[in-house]
Design a protein around this ligand. Structure first.
Ligand code: AKG
Ligand code: FE2
Length: 339
């Protein structure tokens, strides 16, 4: 029987241009109907929770999406206009004629609240802007024309992330506040990375963003078009991330892996650029614990069979453990892992 290609997959023409080295499978990635997670005490909620548990334990990534209407609207609580606006405004922000204005944010000193970069080399091809979106007293407010939409978008996204934290806590066998408290999420350190692939100058090579995992609790991602992001699955194969329009991709972060002593894992991912043919915008938020929160595997996840696998440290220390800075939010999992 012929395979039905979902309407949100890229065209054959787009795929033909992709170097063979970076081919990945079009395996479906797990989907979670967010409204069912919120529906109190129903049988459907138990099923949604079970699917979420499987997605976290096996895959480490999934997208939030409405199961009952395959090509329809997505069923999370992010208002459509906020989602449209963030993508549109970020696209405008990366106007090639105003690059010089953005360059003032390229200074890499640890105290920076905002970081801009442009790479066009063998290792990376993207233009990006990283800002602190939460907590308010540390946020990069009023520094760019994007401040208002960033605030609106992050406010909505945080509600979804808190809902996921509660459901995941239940799945792990705890009170629903377990993850929120373990990460002190009320003061959680959220960094938004806005990415343009390839950057306005021509890209050199296929890599948009090299293999990496991300720190934090979870990473949320929205994008304007599909194509480019690939995640390494638990089976050791690369999966193309094709998600429906307006769906939100959730990837588990390093610190959920640390808290659960490896029961839930962050997964390596990368971005491949398509020979400069299609430009893509992604808005990626790394939702972290509060900077001063000490993160260590929960005692409930440690026993004779599962010894302590990670060194405990504050979130702030972990962001600096590989020589990076806070706003850079690079993974330090290699430095934190004991085995
Ligand atoms: O833009 C993407 O598709 C992924 C970006 C990413 O992985 C990141 O910013 O950490
Ligand atoms: Fe990432």
């Amino acid at each position: 029987m012929a395979k039905i290609i979902p309407s949100y997959a890229p065209s054959h023409e787009a795929l033909e241009n992709l170097s063979v080295t970076y081919l990945a499978s079009d395996e479906e990635i797990p989907t979670i109907d967010y409204s069912l997670l919120l529906s109190d005490g129903t049988n459907q909620r138990s099923i949604a929770l079970e699917l979420l548990g499987q997605a976290c334990e096996e895959y480490g990534f999934f997208y939030v999406y409405m199961v009952s209407s395959i090509y329809g609207l997505v069923n999370h609580t992010m208002p459509d206009d906020v989602l449209n606006n963030v993508l549109k405004q970020v696209s405008n922000y990366f106007d090639p004629t105003t690059i010089e204005e953005r360059m003032i944010y390229s200074k890499k000193v640890p105290s920076d609240k905002i970081l801009w970069g442009l790479s066009a080399d063998d290792g990376e091809n993207r233009e990006y802007l990283k800002v602190i979106a939460h907590p308010k007293d540390q946020a990069s407010s009023n520094l760019t024309s994007l401040s208002k939409i960033i605030e609106d978008y992050n406010k909505e996204m945080r509600k979804i992330v808190v809902g996921l934290a509660r459901s995941m806590s239940e799945n792990l066998g705890f009170d629903e506040n377990y993850i929120e408290e373990a990460f002190n999420m009320k003061s959680g350190f959220d960094v938004m990375a806005m990415n343009l692939y390839p950057p306005n100058s021509k890209s050199k090579g296929d890599i948009g963003l090299p293999n990496h995992t991300d720190p934090g609790f979870v990473v949320t991602l929205v994008q304007d078009v599909n194509g480019g992001l690939q995640i390494l699955s638990h089976k050791g194969t690369w999966i193309n991330v094709y998600i429906p329009h307006h769906a939100i991709l959730i990837q588990l972060g390093d610190h959920l892996e640390i808290l659960t002593n490896g029961k839930y894992k962050s997964h390596v991912h990368r971005v491949i650029v398509n020979k400069n043919k299609v430009q893509r915008i992604s808005v990626v938020t790394l939702h972290g614990p509060s900077l001063d929160k000490f993160i260590v595997p929960g005692t409930e996840f440690v026993d004779d069979e599962n010894p302590h696998n990670y060194i405990g440290m504050t979130y702030k220390e972990s962001l600096k453990a590989n020589g990076g800075n806070e706003i850079g939010v690079q993974s330090s999992l290699e430095q934190i892992k004991l085995v």
